[in-house]
Design a protein around this ligand. Sequence first.
Ligand code: NAP
Length: 498
Amino acid sequence: MARGLRLLSRAVVRLRPLLVQGLTRGFSASATEPLHVCVVGSGPAGFYTADRMLKGHEGAQVDIIDRLPTPFGLVRSGVAPDHPETKIVVNQFSRVAANGRCSFFGNVTLGRDVSLSELRETYHAVVLAYGAESDRSLGIPGEDLKGIHSAREFVWWYNGHPDMCDLSPDLKNTQSAIVLGQGNVALDVARILLRCKTELATTDIADYALDALCGSTIRNVYLVGRRGPVQAACTAKELREILGLKNVRVCIKEADLATSPADEEEMRSSRIQRRVYELLSKAASAHRDNNRNDQKELHFVFFRRPTRFIPSENGSTVGAVELEKTALKVDEVTGKQVAVGTGEFEDLKCGLVLKSIGYKSLPVQGLPFDKIRGVVPNLRGRVMSSESETATVETGLYVVGWLKRGPTGIVATNLHCAEETVASILEDDAKGVLRAPSDSKKHGRTGLVEILEQKNVRFVPFSGWEKIDSKEKMAGQLRNKPREKITTWGGLQEAANE
Ligand code: NAP
């Protein structure tokens, strides 16, 4: 009996590694080796990928690199300060970072501190999740006049992103701001310009931004859309919020609310569009008889596209935007209603323009990139050599988030997106594509640390971020804010090293 038990236990000891491998979803020929995964970008797409990777593969070691010393990408620098509920997700991301198989390397820039080819040589799988850190441009005359900023720059400014702490938008020399675009980012920037400053004072808005907004002379904000109220790109919840701002009169021309059969058809097939249209119609009638002149004004301007920025008298600052009236026409290829110019123009005066027409991703050296769509060609997250039918898979290279799908969707959209990319990685690993038995060069974390040491890059580990985090929270407590953000590169690096 005792001998039988001894034999059984010896057999179990021998079989154990195989049993563990079998239970682990990512089973491959060399599964006793860790699966070294590097995720570039620590926003929602990056963290959801790390989370799903760690849960989906017991042998995965995941390193997340980010060019900032701080993690969480758009949750820290994109989500508006008056939307704290959207930021709660960082608690979940911090739990991912606390996993013993996960490491954070802040202050590491892909393409400068480490190249894509170095990462591919060091890791079995590299997942690009660095999002969209640039802007679409209009390509119209006058776009480089002072007083014109992209919404991203303005958002990064009020959110204390260290690249934009010196933006200093002039909010003092004008009564009117024009926001071009009618998506949720446009609504965010318009709301921050109009919201009562005592409400902003208890958010995590950067202190210099709060000061500038308190001294702002802007009373009229124009949200300009090239199409109509049925096609406004915002969502109902965000629209309801801006329409309900205290002491703000909403101005919408009744004539713009007239709908065509094509509009009706669009509303029948999209609940969001119907809801947005209904909210705008309701706001137009609720404010029709409101003639109070002590209020700020939010103007929804439909069927206008910007054609030129006109300088003010001083010649270097924007003084107005030339707008062309548009009409909608069904595009024969896409079936969508698009805006076409009518040849009628008008000027809208302003001293500040925020272009909110979409974010743009940028390629790095060695990465296939579709310049027209601004995304990396991919099949379910696997990077392809090009968009063509004969394209081949770039083994071990994956993409997720805005770089994969374009700059659309809310934080949670990235969860589904990450699950798809992680499923592709697990499938490839199970097929033995990622870890060749003879491949001994892929050292993962130790390899990355060696590269960074050789180049004298001082990376910020997650413990460095935790120091920044507690310093910000302590400073915030003194001002009744959730945190007082450190907004300079030097300040962040210093706090991380304390
Ligand atoms: P978006 O939703 O794509 O809106 C872009 C806007 O710019 C649209 O109104 C578009 O008009 C307009 N536009 C584009 N090109 C133009 C041009 N050449 N001339 C004039 N207008 C032009 O993008 P976004 O507002 O940057 O938002 C990005 C994503 O983040 C969205 O999915 C958004 O929902 C999400 N987001 C969510 C929240 C939230 O949930 N609270 C907050 C912020 C952002 P057309 O429709 O005519 O193209």
